[in-house]
Ligand binder design. Structure first.
Ligand code: NOJ
Length: 701
């Protein structure tokens, strides 16, 4: 194993700064890119697929130091930029499973496919919180809650890094999802106290889970770009949390300091500011190399700062075995998209689906004719969502879908073999289509016994630069729904979308509603088995739905004391809140108890309950434990998720669920940013649907 200090001592400044440069072929002028590539001294490339890595590795093996580049890829929900790899449900969909073991395995499988493709770094997970639904990247988050995101994030990081072949990347550090007005890459107005209370938590959990890299957010916090934010990048992340991997900027962050945020007069200044703040590697901005080299040589940046960046990059390369003479062996390409991975993907899709409403129509079997209607019934792009071979590195509108993907229509056709399945699109997501499309759909549905209508949004409504002011179902989707409603048949609505939308019309018209978000390759098959009752629902929302576009944010853990507690023209809260999700089983929580009613500060205690399955259908349920410090010197949320467990309960059976807790978990950050636990009364809330709660109080002395 190479000794990093000895390597560092042999390197020239050119070689060192080269390690700090990451380049993408698509974003760099061809001649510049080729010259850098040929030199073989560049630290990293992104969006290169496995088949293309050979010439990059060959160039680095010809270089003096022979340090191979690390290849970064946006494997966000599976290695989905590679056509043929397993495409898992989006992060938001995965979060509906509330199943850490499952999410860890998603990470492990993704890393296997990435490694088999010859790559070694995934730009995942996204640990921003999805609290402002207008933001274009809600689909990439684990939802609105810091604890859930921390647990899901830590799980997927462990999975990615399990075999030691792939590094994870916690992004986007920090506050990106909370930008004012839900505006992508805009300024975020949060105090450090608030950051610690909420937004830093998942990132701290990522450090604790051993995440090897971090990515700096595009935006700013209180007008200081994250790219130049020494406080967050160096003092908190590296010094306080002890993060010893490296930080990469997001796409051209250094250049944006000059062209967009206008805090640096030129690239020379921008690069010095950014590296001094704590960025170790520059994503793109190919001028970075010359600018930083000039700065070191002219003494405008301390040598030790640059050495530390390179040390961190080499450390990660060392951990991945890239510096070893005998490189670690990788799985063979046959694992990419293999049956075992797709079978597991089916399980993830199944647990990701959330049943929002069921007036008894589900499960349904034995229908003679099923009409599958709607713009997202047979649309692979919409079902995949962002960050797949359709959309990145460049949009590829000409790209066709891969084989073996179950859209909702294909899944229903495969599972309901005894039924005649008919299909009509009805309308598009965006366009104002001719009314004839609607009437054609009504015609197709009129003789059906059951109608499954699949609505939602499209790729063009999610992602970077794609914030929405209007969260209503777009185009003629509501009209389509109303037209189908007039047929007076059982009407089941499936939502395929990147984020919660305003679905009041759906709530009114549909007999059953299922949210699948962007469910990946196996979504349609899993959904069809769920509809038929071969499988049971267990998904719970990681994010709240809004009553209206202007009623966002609507996350559950808001503060008390809003005069009136709601907008006067809509109900309070959320129609389908965080934690909500139905099942074919019926569960009842009872016998809530504490191991002791009073504890001393620092003491441990247990909270237990009985979870009964009062139905004849076995099932999984998510027991959610929330708490509230009843009186506190500053505002605390009406309740905060403290812990959760996903458990299996046999039909007509019951289990005991126990949470091992400590008073140390019951604190908050005071105005001086110190974590404190105040003695006094604490209330615990237990629920399995985010709407009904059993409560119990604890006194801390
Ligand atoms: C932009 C995105 O913000 C980030 O999430 C992604 O990983 C990088 N660019 C690389 O594609």
């Amino acid at each position: 194993m190479e000794d990093i200090e000895s390597l560092l001592s042999q390197m020239t400044w050119e070689e060192k700064v080269g390690q700090m440069q990451q380049l993408s072929a698509g974003a760099t002028p061809k001649e510049i890119f080729e010259a850098f590539k040929e030199k073989g001294e560049i630290g990293s490339f992104l969006h290169v697929l496995g088949v293309e890595t050979g010439s990059f590795l060959e160039a680095s093996s010809r270089s003096r130091m022979k340090i191979p580049p690390i290849f970064g890829i946006d494997a966000i929900h599976g290695h989905a930029l590679l056509k043929g790899a397993t495409v898992f449900p989006s992060q938001l969909a995965m979060a509906c499973t509330w199943n850490e073991e499952m999410i860890e395995k998603v990470g492990e499988i993704t890393a296997k496919e990435v490694a088999a493709d010859g790559l070694n770094w995934v730009f995942s997970p996204v640990l921003c919180l999805g609290r402002d639904l207008r933001w274009g990247r809600i689909d990439e988050t684990f939802g609105e809650d810091a604890l859930l995101a921390s647990r899901m994030g830590a799980a997927i990081i462990k999975g990615y890094q399990k075999d030691g072949l792939v590094a994870a990347c916690a992004k986007h550090y920090l506050g990106y999802g909370e930008a004012t007005g839900g505006r992508d890459a805009y300024d975020t107005e949060i105090s450090e106290r608030k950051a610690r209370e909420v937004f830093l938590k998942p990132f701290k959990a990522a450090v604790d889970a051993g995440c090897m890299t971090f990515m700096t957010a595009y935006g700013s916090i209180d007008a200081t770009p994250l790219t130049t934010n020494h406080r967050y990048l160096t003092e908190i992340l590296k010094d306080e949390y002890g993060f010893d991997g490296f930080v990469v900027t997001d796409w051209e962050n250094f250049r944006s300091l000059v062209t967009g945020q206008k805090v640096a007069k030129d690239m020379d200044e921008a690069c010095v500011m950014g590296v001094k703040a704590g960025n170790d590697m520059s994503m793109n901005s190919d001028e970075f190399y010359d600018a930083l080299l000039r700065a070191v040589k002219e003494g405008r940046i301390e040598e030790e700062i640059v050495n530390d960046c390179v040390r961190r990059i080499l450390r990660v390369k060392q951990r991945l075995g890239l510096l070893d003479e005998n490189k670690p062996s990788r799985p063979g390409r046959e694992v990419i998209g293999c049956k075992e991975h797709q079978d597991f993907n089916y399980q993830v899709a199944k647990e990701s689906a959330v049943l929002l409403k069921n007036n008894g129509v589900l499960p349904f079997k034995g229908a003679k004719r099923i009409a599958v209607i709607g713009p997202n019934a047979d649309d692979v792009r919409a079902q995949y969502g962002d960050w797949t071979y359709f959309s990145h590195p460049m949009p590829k509108p000409w790209e066709s879908g891969k084989e073996g993907v179950y859209t909702i229509l294909k899944g229903i056709e495969a599972v309901y073999t005894e039924s005649e399945v008919t299909y009509a699109k009805g309308c598009s997501i965006n366009d104002s289509d001719p009314d004839s499309m609607l009437s054609e759909a009504v015609e197709v549905a009129k003789d059906a016994d059951v109608i499954v209508v699949v609505l939602g949004d499209s790729l063009s409504q999610n992602g970077e630069y794609r914030d929405r002011a209007n969260l209503a179902l777009s185009g003629k989707q509501n009209e389509l729904l109303c037209a189908l409603k007039t047929l007076q048949k059982p009407l089941i609505c499936v939502l395929v979308n990147g984020k919660p939308l305003v679905i009041d019309e759906v709530t009114k018209d549909a007999d059953a509603i299922i949210e699948v978000f962007n469910g990946g390759d196996q979504c349609g098959l899993a959904l069809a088995h769920l509809l038929k009752g071969d499988e049971n629902f267990s998904g719970k929302l990681p994010i709240s739905f809004p009553y209206d576009s202007s009623a966002t944010p609507c996350y559950y853990n808001q503060y008390d004391y809003w005069h009136g507690g709601r907008y006067i023209d809509i109900p309070s809260g959320s129609p389908y809140p965080f934690g909500f999700g139905l099942s074919y089983s019926q569960f009842a929580i009872s016998n809530l108890r504490l191991s002791k009613p009073t504890v001393k500060l620092g003491e441990s205690f247990k909270l237990s309950l009985r979870l009964e399955n009062v139905s004849s259908r076995e099932g999984n349920d998510v027991v959610q434990l929330y708490f509230k410090d009843k009186v506190c010197q500053i505002l605390t949320p009406i309740r905060s998720l403290l812990d959760f467990q996903k458990v299996f309960v046999p039909a007509n059976g019951s289990i005991e669920v126990e949470f091992a807790l400590s008073t140390n978990q019951l604190g908050y950050y005071d105005p001086n940013c110190h974590y404190v636990v105040d003695p006094g009364e604490f209330e615990f809330f237990v629920s399995d649907d985010g709407t009904h709660f059993k409560t119990i109080c604890l006194t801390v002395e």
